[in-house]
Structures are given as structure tokens and as C-alpha cells.
Write a protein that binds this ligand. Structure first.
Ligand code: HEC
Length: 159
């Protein structure tokens, strides 16, 4: 009896491995990536890629265990939630108002150590931001807000 239950469990675990969520594997720098509208030096890009893009872009670097059901579904729901809030790969398609708001939230959440999520940092130790990197991201986001403001003024004048 016990062996049958174990065998049943094993078969179940093997079968659920075939139920995989869609992969978030678009290009690292999409056509509507934030770097095409906001001045983003390579050092900022590196920080965003390492600490934010797994959940806030169309390009996730999947760790080896990410293929295992149910880990994959858990990751997938984080990616979907993150992208719903902010997708850097779609940034240039946002209205100026939304771009401004997202940069504002970025500066705020990074300053509060609320992003990247703690649960993510347990596994991705290298994604943890140093004080220096936090300053860099805040400065980038603030300068970006200025830039969005200028862009929106330009479009108002042109119309
Ligand atoms: C492990 C995944 C993950 C990582 C890594 C991550 N985030 Fe998030 N982020 C989320 C989730 C989930 C939310 C919540 C979305 C919601 O509930 O609207 C969120 C919310 C946000 C929001 C607010 C969006 C909104 O509409 O409320 C901003 C801004 C943000 N993150 C910026 C960042 C930045 C900048 C980084 C990198 C320094 C980062 N995040 C890293 C998962 C992540």
C-alpha cells in the first residue's frame, strides 16, 4: 500500500513537469526599452539588468531550477505581477505621465530598499543594491523625470 502511494506520487511529480508556464524570453533590449527614451549610461543599464529586469522586463534570466514545476509557476506569477506594475521593455510606449510616475516610484522604492523584492535577494545575492548603486539609480530616475518633462513640453508646443 505504502509503495503504491509513493509510486503514485512519483508519477504525479513527473507528469506535472510537463505543465510549463510561458517563458519570458524576449530580447534583453527591446525596441521600446527604457534606454531608448531615457538617457541610461551602461553602469545604470547593468544595475537594472541584474537587479530589476528578471521581473520588470520581457527578458528573464532563468536559473536552472526555474524549469521545475511548481517553482516555475511561482516565478511566473512574480514576473507577471512585476511586469503589470512596470515593464521597462515597454517603457517608450507609456504616456509621459506614466513614464514620470514609474520613474518616481522607482526612486522611491529603491530608496526604501523595497526593490528588488527580499524573496528574490535570498537567491540572487548579486542583485542586492549597494548604497552607491541606490544613489546611482535614484539620480538616474530623477534626471529621467526631468527628461520626460522636457519631452512632454516639446510635444505640447509642437501640437
Ligand atoms: C522578484 C521580482 C522583482 C524584482 C527583482 C524587482 N521587482 Fe519591482 N516589483 C515586483 C512586484 C511583484 C511588484 C508589485 C507589482 C504590483 O503589485 O503592482 C513590483 C513593483 C515595483 C514598482 C511599483 C509598480 C507599481 O505600479 O506599483 C516599481 C517602480 C518597481 N517594482 C521597481 C523595481 C526596480 C527599480 C527594481 C530593481 C532595482 C525591481 N523593481 C526589482 C517584483 C520585482
Amino acid at each position: 500500500m505504502k509503495r503504491k502511494i509513493l509510486l503514485g506520487l512519483l508519477i504525479f511529480l513527473v507528469l506535472i513537469q510537463f505543465i510549463q508556464p510561458p517563458q519570458n524570453n524576449g530580447p534583453l533590449i527591446a525596441v521600446s526599452d527604457v534606454s531608448h527614451v531615457i538617457n541610461t549610461p551602461p553602469e545604470v543599464m547593468n544595475i537594472l539588468h541584474k537587479s530589476c529586469y528578471d521581473c520588470h522586463s520581457d527578458h528573464t534570466e532563468y536559473p536552472w531550477y526555474s524549469k521545475i514545476t511548481p517553482v516555475n509557476w511561482w516565478l511566473n506569477s512574480h514576473i507577471n505581477d512585476g511586469k503589470r506594475g512596470l515593464n521597462f521593455s515597454k517603457f517608450s510606449t507609456f504616456t509621459h505621465r506614466r513614464q514620470n510616475k514609474k520613474l518616481d516610484e522607482t526612486a522611491e522604492l529603491v530608496e526604501k530598499h523595497a526593490m528588488p523584492l527580499n524573496s528574490y535577494l535570498w537567491i540572487h545575492k548579486d542583485a542586492k543594491l549597494s548604497d552607491e548603486q541606490i544613489k546611482t539609480i535614484i539620480a538616474w530616475a530623477k534626471a529621467g523625470q526631468e527628461q520626460v518633462m522636457q519631452d512632454s513640453l516639446k510635444t505640447t508646443v509642437m501640437h
